[in-house]
Structure formats: C-alpha cells, structure tokens
Design a protein around this ligand. Structure first.
Ligand SMILES: [Fe+2]
Ligand SMILES: [Fe+2]
Length: 306
C-alpha cells in the first residue's frame, strides 16, 4: 500500500480524478431516470408475486420457514423489502451529507464536484422512490434503531473523507449485489423489478466514483485518516449489516421475534447470502489496505460479511 505521494504523482491522480468524473457525467446524461414518470405507481400489486427473490429473504430455508405458509413467506418478503428501503433512505440521506461535506471547499467548476452534485441529485430521486414504495407497500417505516441512528449522526458529521467513502461503498455495494439478483427475477413484483433496475443502473456510477476516490484517499490522505478508516471499517460493517432487516418485520407477519432472530442468525444459507453480497467489496477493501489485520477481519466476520 502506498503511503507517500510525490507532487507529480499527486497531479496525475488529480487528472485521473477528472477523467473518471467526466466519464461518469457523460454516462449520467445518457442513463438517468425519473422514477415518478418511469414507473407505473398506479398498477395494483400482483397477487402471488414476491417482493424480493425468495432465497434472499432472511429466514429462507430455516426450520421456521418450512413451517410458514406460502402467503406468510411472501408477506415476510414484503416487509423485508420495506425494511431494506427504509434502511436505504437512511443510508442515502447520510451519503448526501457526506458528499456535500466532501465538496464543500472544492472548485465547483471541476468535473469531480459536478459529478458529486449529480450523485446527490440521483440519491434525492432514489430516496423519494423508496419512500413512495413504502407507501405503496402499506408497511411501517422501519429504519434503524435509535442507537444506530445516533451513531450515524456522529459518523456523518465527523468522519474523515476516506472513512466517509468507505461507509458509502459498504452500503452501496451490498445493496447493489442483491438488487442485481432482483430485477431480472420473474417471480418478483414488476414495481420492485423496476425500482431495483433503476437503482442498479444509477448506483453502478456511484460505486465507481466511491471506489476510485477511496483508492486515491488510501494513497494520499494523512496517516491518521487512513488509520481511522481501517479501525472503523469493521464497526461500519456491523452497523450496516444489522440495519438492513429490522426485527420488527417478524412481528409484522405474526412470528415470534426472538425465535425468528435466532433462526436467521443460525442460518448457514443466510450467512452465505451476506458473505456473497459483500464478496466483491471485501476483495477491493483488502486490495487497497482498508481491511487488514486480525482484529479488523474478526469484526467483518462478526458482521457476517467475511
Ligand atoms: Fe441510491
Ligand atoms: Fe448511491
């Protein structure tokens, strides 16, 4: 891992940063969506279709799952989908603030800043889309616990740049992997397929932007910022992985919350699904030196993502 950067390397990193931004701006101009007009919000939900692929539901394959009726399983997928959308809005609102902080003192004429503003606009549309989905699904607004929300409030206000991009990538890549499995799946509601398709297309650019910036940051940021990023990556992984599915979803479909939580945590299929969702991200974070050392790897394992 590079720890020092010469002036000429520094300026070539900057021009590379601009090249990436210009490519992303061109791609945004070609493929951006307005979910309000792109999706048919008035179409009724289709009876018998899932709200995410069955194998992505947290209890899939557990003894409890085997005892559930098909209707109850589909109902659980509706609430888990709402829980993920609620967590998605929470992540995106944090991300909009992190991006605004990142460009606060930068030259707004650069492609790098124009792309950050484009991404804020994307996330704004996404959060409105997820909020509209919650209304359509007629579920509660889930979202993380009060403690987690408090941790998020501290993180989004104080995290140094590389830690901010690491947290961004964490939320974006994990959701991206499951959404890529959702939109082509014919057993899933057309509305959910449409939403995940829009999100996957626009998030691919966000992932690129965050990966490139994090790679640069881990080569150029002050030593304490890089150390902070390594130390907090495992904590962020635990928070993100636990905030996706609210325990309240189990109660909402008539299951015992304690029993459902125990079965989901003991499920080898679930662990495998979580590991799969973070697989490419973990590989990248290892490559650029964010995940390294035994203690950090242990925390990632605890998050179920490694
Ligand atoms: Fe998004
Ligand atoms: Fe994003």
């Amino acid at each position: 891992m590079a720890t020092t950067t010469s002036p000429s390397e520094g300026s070539s990193l900057l021009s590379e940063r601009e090249q990436v931004a210009e490519r992303l701006l061109a791609a945004s101009a070609r493929h951006s969506f307005d979910p309000d007009t792109e999706l048919d919000w008035d179409a009724p939900l289709v009876p018998g279709l899932w709200f995410m692929p069955a194998h992505l539901v947290s209890l899939y394959g557990t003894p409890l799952w085997e005892r559930m009726s098909e209707e109850q399983r589909i109902e659980l997928s509706r609430h888990e989908s709402a829980s993920i959308a609620s967590a998605g809005i929470w992540f995106e609102i944090i991300l909009m603030q992190l991006l605004s902080r990142h460009i606060y003192a930068m030259d707004p004429r650069t492609g790098h800043v124009r792309y950050a503003l484009t991404e804020v606009a994307d996330e704004c549309r996404h959060s409105k889309m997820f909020a509209r989905l919650l209304t359509k699904l007629e579920t509660p607004w889930y979202g993380p616990s009060g403690t987690t929300r408090f941790l998020g409030r501290i993180m989004k206000t104080t995290a140094p740049t590389p830690a901010a991009f690491m947290a961004t990538l964490l939320a974006e890549e994990i959701l991206d992997r499951t959404q890529r499995a959702t939109f082509p799946d014919e057993s899933v509601q057309p509305l959910l397929r449409g939403i995940t398709r829009i999100h996957v297309i626009e998030e691919a650019r966000h992932v690129r932007y965050a990966r490139e910036e994090l790679r640069r940051q881990m080569a150029t940021a002050p030593a304490w910022e890089r150390a902070y990023t390594r130390l907090t990556s495992g904590e962020s992984a635990v928070v993100v992985s636990r905030s996706l599915i609210s325990p309240k979803v189990y109660g909402a479909v008539g299951l015992d919350i304690g029993e459902a939580l125990r079965e989901a945590r003991a499920s080898e299929h679930r662990r495998e699904t979580l590991r799969w969702s973070a697989e490419k991200l973990v590989e990248f974070l290892e490559e650029i030196g964010v995940i390294h050392g035994r203690a950090e790897r242990a925390r990632w394992r605890q998050a179920g993502l490694l």
